[in-house]
Design a protein around this ligand. Structure first.
Ligand code: HEC
Length: 90
């Protein structure tokens, strides 16, 4: 019983990647439907590839607008592999 619960938990985490997406929703909306701080693109309209490029770019300092620093703080602690497997985007 306990093993089954643990296995389910691990699979759940793997499926959603290591990035804590709950932390993003205050700015981007529960369904990624908001322009964060009135500034970002609507992330749910971006493709998965665009989201990956944006997140890795914020981390590297090669992507973004005037508020890129806000996003750099969000993603700097994650690996590029984590950032390419968030599952965010269409
Ligand atoms: C404090 C508010 C805030 C939080 C929390 C936040 N973001 Fe953002 N996000 C922004 C802002 C502001 C921008 C636009 C920055 C810019 O380029 O000027 C942005 C941009 C983005 C973009 C690119 C959209 C574009 O305009 O090109 C993506 C993708 C994104 N965020 C994903 C995330 C993810 C994933 C998380 C959680 C790990 C997250 N954000 C957490 C405020 C936030």
């Amino acid at each position: 019983m306990n093993k089954i619960v643990l296995g389910t938990l691990i699979c759940g985490v793997a499926a959603f990647g290591a990035v804590n997406l709950g932390a993003c929703k205050g700015c981007h909306g529960a369904d990624w439907e908001k322009a964060a701080l009135g500034k970002s693109k609507i992330v749910k309209d971006m493709s998965k590839a665009e989201v990956t490029k944006a997140l890795q770019g914020y981390k590297a300092g090669t992507y973004g607008g005037s508020m890129a620093g806000v996003m750099k703080g969000q993603v700097a602690k994650y690996s590029d592999a984590d950032l390419s497997s968030t599952g965010v985007g269409k």
